[in-house]
Write a protein that binds this ligand. Structure first.
Ligand code: SF4
Length: 306
C-alpha cells in the first residue's frame, strides 16, 4: 500500500461527529486533509460506560460511515486491544475495589481510550502496510515511508488547554515539554482542525443541524467523576440503576480503605450521596426537558489530553 493514512479519533460526541461529517460532506475540507490520496480511518475506543444515547449514536455512525465510504472502527474489549486490567471502567473498579475520583491522578482516559486506540492503530499499520516488529516499531516504519502520521483530534475552540502538545512547542522547544510517549512524539503529529477553523461546541452543533443530521449528546462515562452537579442530577433521574451502582462502588472503596488516614471518594471528601443532595437543591426542580437540554451542551472527557 502506498497511500498515507489520516486518523480521526472519534469520541462519539458532537465535536468529533462534526469533523466526521466535514470529511463526508465538505469537499474543500476533505481535499485539505486527505492530500496525496490519503486514506481516512476513524477510530473510537469503547470505555464500556458510555451513556446509552452515545452507544445509539455509535450504531448510527457505523451505518453512516459505510454509506459515506469511511472506514470506522469501534474498538470493543473482545477485539483484544484493551488492557487486561482495563477491559472497561467498571471492570477496573471491580478488580481493585476502587473508583475514579477527582482527587486521584486520572488514569482512565489513558487506559481506556488512548492506549486502546494506539494498540489498535499499531495492529492496523502492520496489517495494512505489512510492517513488522513489536513495541510500536510499526509507527517508526510508517514515518520512514510517509513522514509523521496525521492524527486529527476533535477539540473545539475553547478547549485549547486540552492539547497535549503546546502549539508553541516548535517556537520554544527549550522551554516547553512534549510529554507524550517517545514513539508518539517522533511518529505522530496531532492536528486540531476545529480550533483552526475557530469552531466551538455551538458551531459544531449548528454545523450538524445545517446538514439535517441529529445532534448527538456529548459523550462521557456514566460514572465519570468530573460530572458536575446538573450532570449528576441527570444521571440520577434518568439512569437510577447506574446511579445506585456508582454509589455502591464508592461505598465498597471507602469500606475497604477505612483504616487508612486518607480515604477519598468520587468527589473527594464529599460522598456521592451527599453531593447529590446538594445538587438536587440546585437542579432537582428542573424539568426533564431542562435537564436534557443542559446535558446536550455539557459533558465530555474534558480533563483528557491526547
Ligand atoms: S469520561 Fe471521565 S471516566 Fe470516562 S475516561 Fe474520560 S475522564 Fe475517565
Amino acid at each position: 500500500m502506498d497511500k498515507p493514512l489520516v486518523v480521526l479519533w472519534v469520541g462519539g460526541g458532537q465535536d468529533s461527529t462534526a469533523l466526521l461529517y466535514k470529511f463526508a460532506f465538505d469537499s474543500f475540507f476533505r481535499e485539505k486533509w486527505l492530500k496525496n490520496d490519503a486514506k481516512l480511518v476513524a477510530i473510537m475506543a469503547d470505555t464500556g460506560d458510555e451513556y446509552p444515547e452515545t452507544y445509539e449514536h455509535v450504531e448510527f455512525l457505523k451505518l453512516f460511515c459505510v454509506e459515506a465510504n469511511i472506514e470506522f472502527h469501534f474498538i470493543t474489549p473482545d477485539m483484544g486491544f484493551h488492557g487486561r486490567t482495563w477491559q472497561s471502567l467498571s471492570h477496573q473498579m471491580d478488580l481493585n475495589s476502587t473508583i475514579m475520583s477527582v482527587a486521584f491522578p486520572k488514569s482512565c482516559t489513558d487506559n481506556l481510550k488512548i492506549k486502546v486506540c494506539y494498540n489498535f492503530l499499531e495492529d492496523y499499520l502492520k496489517k495494512y502496510y505489512g510492517y513488522q516488529g513489536k513495541r510500536k516499531r510499526a509507527f517508526y516504519e510508517y514515518r520512514q515511508q510517509f513522514g509523521k502520521l496525521v492524527s486529527i483530534i476533535g477539540f473545539a475552540k475553547g478547549e485549547e488547554n486540552r492539547m497535549a502538545v503546546n502549539p508553541q512547542l516548535d517556537l520554544f522547544p527549550e522551554t516547553l515539554k512534549d510529554d507524550r510517549p517517545v514513539y508518539m512524539q517522533k511518529c505522530v503529529e496531532h492536528f486540531y482542525p476545529l480550533i483552526a477553523m475557530l469552531m466551538d461546541r455551538f458551531d459544531c452543533q449548528d454545523y450538524i443541524r445545517s446538514l439535517d443530521m441529529k445532534v448527538p449528546q456529548p459523550s462521557n462515562c456514566m460514572m465519570c467523576p468530573f460530572q458536575n452537579e446538573a450532570e449528576v442530577v441527570y444521571l440520577h433521574r434518568f439512569y437510577p440503576e447506574r446511579w445506585q451502582i456508582w454509589v455502591a462502588k464508592e461505598k465498597a472503596k471507602l469500606l475497604k480503605n477505612q483504616s487508612k488516614e486518607r480515604n477519598l471518594g468520587v468527589k473527594g471528601e464529599i460522598p456521592l450521596e451527599q453531593f447529590l443532595q446538594e445538587a438536587l437543591k440546585k437542579y432537582g426542580h428542573w424539568s426533564d426537558a431542562q435537564l436534557k437540554n443542559y446535558r446536550m451542551t455539557h459533558g465530555h472527557c474534558v480533563k483528557s489530553k491526547i
